[in-house]
Design a protein around this ligand. Sequence first.
Ligand code: GLU
Length: 450
Amino acid sequence: MADILNVKVSEFMAKVIAKNPGESEFHQAVKEVVESLMPFIEENPKYHYAKVLERMVEPERVMMFRVPWVDDNGEIQINRGYRIQMNSAIGPYKGGLRFHPTVNLGILKFLAFEQVFKNSLTTLPMGGGKGGSDFDPKGKSDNEVMRFCQSFMTELQRFIGSNTDVPAGDIGVGGREIGYLYGQYKRIRNEFTGVLTGKAIEWGGSLIRPEATGYGAVYFADQMLKTRGQDLKGKIAVVSGSGNVSQYAVEKLIQLGAKVVTMSDSLGFVYDPDGFNEEKLAFVLELKNIRRGRIKEYADKYNVKYFEGETPWGIKCDAAFPCATQNEINEDDAKKLLKNGCYLVSEGANMPSTPEAVEVYIEAKILYGPGKAANAGGVATSGLEMTQNSMRLPWSREEVDARLHQIMIDIHETCVKYGTEKDGFINYVKGANIGGFIKIADAMISQGVV
Ligand code: GLU
């Protein structure tokens, strides 16, 4: 049986690779899902006959467009913009925009594909999409970022809408960019609607949205620990990244009594054996969100070690929270983590572990929460922002946080339901993939061949 399934996975992947050449991250994301789903689809042939998976790997629509803008020296710059409208079976397309020089079609298709399952898991009515540009906001002036965002939205606005497609932030797109993008949308379309999430609180944003991805990854970790009768108190945590997701993962970890000993950026990581506290975290927020400097400054300020060009996976810990970017943990890193006693990985980033690293976790049967489950709190709270926008009524911090917390508990439950294996081990990868799939697949079947 296993052999037949392997052949089916290989045949399926051969077609995906032939049709989408060069898009290695997309192949990686699809393969992980197909491996989880193939046995389930074999047992439930209605999904096979309806070719649900074959349809899901083909985006409903892909937009690519020119984004010209003028830099501070008066020179014309040309970037490429994208929006992938991946799946709208259960709601309007929903997913972030990434501005980073590594952005290309394959990266955004992997992110859009993951987003479809993630959004389904949130229990909210959101389809999946993703977009962005190879524009690099690093080192650009506020005015340059604004002119870029205005040009980007001038084209994007024709494809999106509060009932059609609702973008948000991702790497390189935070409150500042969402503001500029929203301003331009409003100007062109002459309507004040919930077309973007991650908005500032004064003009339609939701409380807790900035915190949501990081908090959610920690709530998910807490749920995983509960299955072993444990909690986060006193646990040593290694966190990568120092952007929005990491910042609030660290905040929640501190609140729940864990000791966070690392943060990083693309140039290196800092190791603070005494642990971050609220004051130190406030320094990181100011450094990263306002001065837009490098994490090395933290090491200088607090007199701790800085490891240039390295990732934090060799540091001894109980729990790891990769919150930086895709494929940041490879097989060797995963082995190092486990050798040092790490037994929990909760992914704040999207697909931060390579397939080989995931295999290491699963073989060792550690608590491993894949991004599409563990980091779904961000987009879930975007869903709550959409609800508040539709009602034109804001909720309190407590209300949004309680809903976020409950959603993370529910996602965990779904993973347990579909991922528990015969020996009691919870395979969260399988659980998240099957749990996310069923709702979309059933919706697609109900809606006919579309
Ligand atoms: N970029 C985030 C994610 O990967 C959030 C998307 C959203 O809020 O729409 O899920």
